[in-house]
Design a protein around this ligand. Structure first.
Ligand SMILES: [Zn+2]
Length: 127
């Protein structure tokens, strides 16, 4: 079975936690700070930088492309499921065929439970 290492999963977990927080409407400044930090090759510290106010809207706009791919309620439940798969150590594996989901795909849709092949099959069934 194709498993991702914990260190490989970590940045995706952070992305998922940030997306979830934002979808729930918890935080925006905190989430933005964490995101811009983790994309810069984070050191693992969880302290919040003091220059939050300096962070512009660029990061926010980039993220919206992720969120707009689904409606928010559906996305949120997919994020929850993805976080559960991280805890179970099966994140990064397709829940349909158990194949490995390419990292490029996870970077675009970190909460996807399917590989490219299965996702396109499911989509063609839905439409
Ligand atoms: Zn698959």
């Amino acid at each position: 079975m194709a498993k991702m290492k914990k260190t490989e999963v970590k940045p995706f977990k952070e992305m998922l936690l940030i997306l979830r927080a934002r979808l729930r409407g918890d935080v925006s400044t905190l989430a933005n700070a964490a995101l811009s930090k983790s994309s810069g090759g984070g050191s693992g510290s969880s302290s919040v930088p003091s220059h939050i106010a300096d962070i512009g809207s660029d990061t926010f706009e980039q993220d919206n492309t992720i969120l707009l791919m689904n409606n928010e309620g559906e996305t949120l439940s997919q994020i929850e499921a993805a976080l559960e798969r991280i805890e179970e150590g099966v994140y990064g594996s397709c829940i349909e065929c158990s194949g490995r989901i390419p990292k490029m795909r996870l970077k675009t849709i970190p909460y996807t439970p399917y590989c490219v092949k299965c996702a396109s099959q499911l989509e063609s069934e839905n439409y």
